[in-house]
Design a protein around this ligand. Structure first.
Ligand code: SF4
Length: 688
């Protein structure tokens, strides 16, 4: 660590890889700013990144390991040494393994945070359990695999050569990805036509040519309706479809069911708007569709991503500047890869025993759907999970059906949680480990060096915790002698060491627009129809399925609960994180629910009133914001709310405003991914 100067690093409060410059004075970081030389964020940071030092210096940071000495959730803790803490956890794991088998031990980690997501999986595999969960099935993985099963490879949009038209679908970049928002607004100012698909009038709508106000959960019907129009009005790229795709006839047959009028009924978007938007997208070149988390959370998650990929393909916006491209990133050990996670070390008979086995998810999926772990603890089926290690996650706030999650976390024999702060989930733990933030350890993130510039208490990086736990379990030969050796392993394909990387200039942007021949799919072409998916029992061409608890799938329920509920993420927070950071909390001090003004008037609700949001699973409270822009039948609530200031007595108010009190974690799930239906469910709202 240097005494005085500026250190180049990368923010990983979320996984976007924004380059930062950290000013150090007398060994203390005094300022974190965006690095203008980073191609990703070009000098800008979002409000979370700007609060990096607030995270670092917050008085409530956990600073040493804690052992629970009272009842679960009572808030009575004893400070213990790292040695004692790791002995406790390793002892519980070995005891469970001896009595119930290694599969009775499970790991979970939080939202994507780069390589550190793989360390628990590496330990799990060498320990012998297949049960490693995260929430990828409701965030990002459906989008990634939907593209993978269509193109055979990820194909991001080329913003270095701005498109003439962009469809921004279920992504509120003004709040979640500041640099993407800046790119889009710059493109719009230069004449790019933006089409927004979102139930909410997001900031980008002001820059858009058309806003399609889709009913939450009905996105796939819209995508199929757009394909219908493009094919029936012969706006597709015939030469490209002929030369580079398979399955056009099956696709054409499938989408005949999705006429603009029928799709209008399903999506609540006027048919004429659907036609206008589709014609704009199909005729402006180059164009692309970018998807956000709005499409990830329901039975149609993966197939919505497939349909969007198909829209990009049949309009010929593939391998062209300003369309979808195949980037050539710096060669590194891939995140979540077999090499890094040592999949081959898991005993052969263990993978079939995983708790998600009955879901028959896509064979390439290595995660457990989070709800499978929760249900295994509660129902003891297919067997009971006895020990849970949770790294940087707060499932009490972020998993569907929070009441069942609460039951599980109370029931599990032993719970260890590693985090920066005490959280409602950590408050239920047996042992809590103090985690280091991104300024406190070296790492490689987004092909850039993340550099240690500070130390807080006895906090450790996730690698240090997991490798030390491995040593206690007698598994240290599967980890490296030092964290730097681990980083050198990750960098090996690039020919660099970590020390060389930290001295380099920023990695250049990874665009590549050269035409490539063929696609890495089984047919060698873009798969509009996927033989593989059909053989495995999934829809080979996307088909829309109405999810449970909507006005159409359950009209009886809609009599009592007439409003359709969805959620969004406010910019100061990442999932459940950040509520104790004053600078962030000032931006959004309370949980808010947006309601149509006419609907609110009929319900006697005024702007700023606290309201109850209720459905058959429970009731929460948020503050009403009235809007004339939202559909009168839809409400949009805040996600991830708890109240650190309320203290541990009632678990920091974990259930008061937590939207997952209202969501479900039961089937039907997306058949390919296991995604739960977290959006578009029925509720009622009334004044508190
Ligand atoms: S988007 Fe914000 S939180 Fe995420 S890496 Fe960039 S600055 Fe950090």
């Amino acid at each position: 660590m240097i005494e005085t100067g500026t250190v180049k690093s990368v923010c990983d409060i979320c996984s976007r890889g924004c380059g930062v410059l950290i000013d150090i004075e007398n060994g203390v970081p005094v300022k974190v700013s965006g690095d203008p030389n980073c191609a990703t964020n070009q000098g800008k940071l979002c409000i979370k990144g700007l609060a990096s030092l607030d995270y670092l210096n917050h008085p409530d940071r956990l600073k040493h390991p804690l052992k629970r000495i009272g009842k679960r959730g009572e808030g009575k803790w004893q400070s213990i040494s790292w040695d004692e803490a790791l002995d406790e956890i390793a002892g519980a794991m070995l005891k469970a393994k001896g009595e119930f088998g290694a599969e009775s031990v499970a790991f979970m980690h939080g939202a994507a945070k780069g390589y550190r997501d793989s360390y628990p999986a590496r330990l799990a595999n060498v320990f012998g359990t297949p049960n490693v969960a995260w929430q990828g099935h409701v965030c990002a993985v459906p989008r990634a695999l939907g593209a993978q099963f269509t193109f055979g490879t990820p194909m991001p949009c080329d913003f270095d050569h701005p498109p003439a038209c962009v469809v921004v679908w279920g992504a509120n970049y003004a709040k979640t990805l500041h640099y993407q928002y800046n790119r889009l607004t710059r493109a719009a100012n230069k004449g790019c036509k933006i089409i927004v698909v979102d139930p909410q009038k997001i900031a980008l709508v002001d820059k858009s040519a058309i806003w399609l106000r889709v009913r939450p959960g009905a996105d796939l019907a819209l995508a199929l309706g757009m394909i219908n129009i493009i094919i029936n009005e012969e706006m597709y790229d015939k030469a490209f479809v002929e030369s580079s795709t398979v399955g056009f006839e099956q696709l054409k047959d499938r989408v005949q069911h999705y006429t603009p009028d029928k799709v209008s009924e399903i999506t609540w978007i006027p048919a004429e708007y659907i036609r206008q938007a589709t014609r704009l997208f199909a005729t402006m070149k180059p164009a692309c569709i970018i998807l956000g988390n709005g499409i990830d959370q329901g039975v149609n998650s993966f197939q919505t991503a497939r349909a969007a990929a198909i829209l990009n393909a049949i309009t010929g916006n593939i391998d062209v500047s300003g369309g979808l491209i195949r980037p050539t990133p710096m060669p590194l050990v891939r995140r979540k890869s077999a090499d890094l996670e040592l999949w081959d070390k898991l005993p052969e008979d263990m993978w079939p025993k995983r708790v998600s086995a009955n879901l028959n998810l896509l064979p390439s999926i290595r995660y457990m759907a989070g709800q499978s772990i929760i249900k295994a603890i509660v129902d003891e089926k297919p067997y009971s999970i006895k020990v849970l290690y949770a790294q940087g996650c707060n499932p009490l706030l972020t998993y569907g059906n929070a009441n069942e999650t609460y039951e599980a976390l109370n029931k599990v024999n032993f719970l260890a949680v590693a985090d920066l702060f005490m959280t409602p989930t950590a408050a239920l733990a047996d042992v809590v480990l103090p985690a280091a933030g991104y300024l406190e350890y070296d790492s490689v993130e987004a092909a850039q060096p993340q550099q240690k510039v500070a130390k807080v208490g006895q906090c450790r990086s996730d690698y240090q915790m997991i490798s030390a736990l491995a040593a206690k379990l007698g598994l240290s030969e599967h980890f490296w002698d030092s964290e730097e050796d681990c980083l050198n392993f990750l960098l090996k394909p690039s020919g660099l060491t970590f020390n060389q990387l930290r001295q380099m200039d920023r990695v250049p942007p990874k665009t590549q627009t050269k035409k490539q021949s063929g696609f890495p799919t089984p047919s060698g072409k873009i798969e509009l129809y996927s033989e593989r998916l059909g053989q495995w029992g999934y829809d080979p061409v996307p088909a829309y399925h109405e999810q449970p608890e909507t006005p159409y799938s359950d009209p009886e329920l809609a009599i009592e609960y007439p409003l359709v509920l969805t959620s969004w993420k406010a910019s100061p927070y990442r999932h459940g994180g950040g509520r104790q950071i004053e600078r962030l909390r000032k931006q959004r001090p309370e949980p808010l629910i947006t309601i149509n003004s006419d609907t609110a008037n009929k319900l006697g609700i005024g702007n700023g009133d606290w309201v109850y949001i209720e459905n058959k699973r429970g009731m929460i409270k948020q503050k009403a914001v009235l809007s004339s822009d939202i559909d009168p039948r839809v409400v949009i609530a805040d996600y991830g709310w708890w109240f650190p200031e309320k203290g541990s007595v009632d678990l920091y108010g974990w259930s008061e405003s937590n939207i997952n009190i209202l969501t479900d974690n039961s089937p039907p799930y997306s058949p390919e991914m296991g995604s739960c239906n977290l959006r578009g469910i029925l509720c009622k709202v009334y004044k508190a």
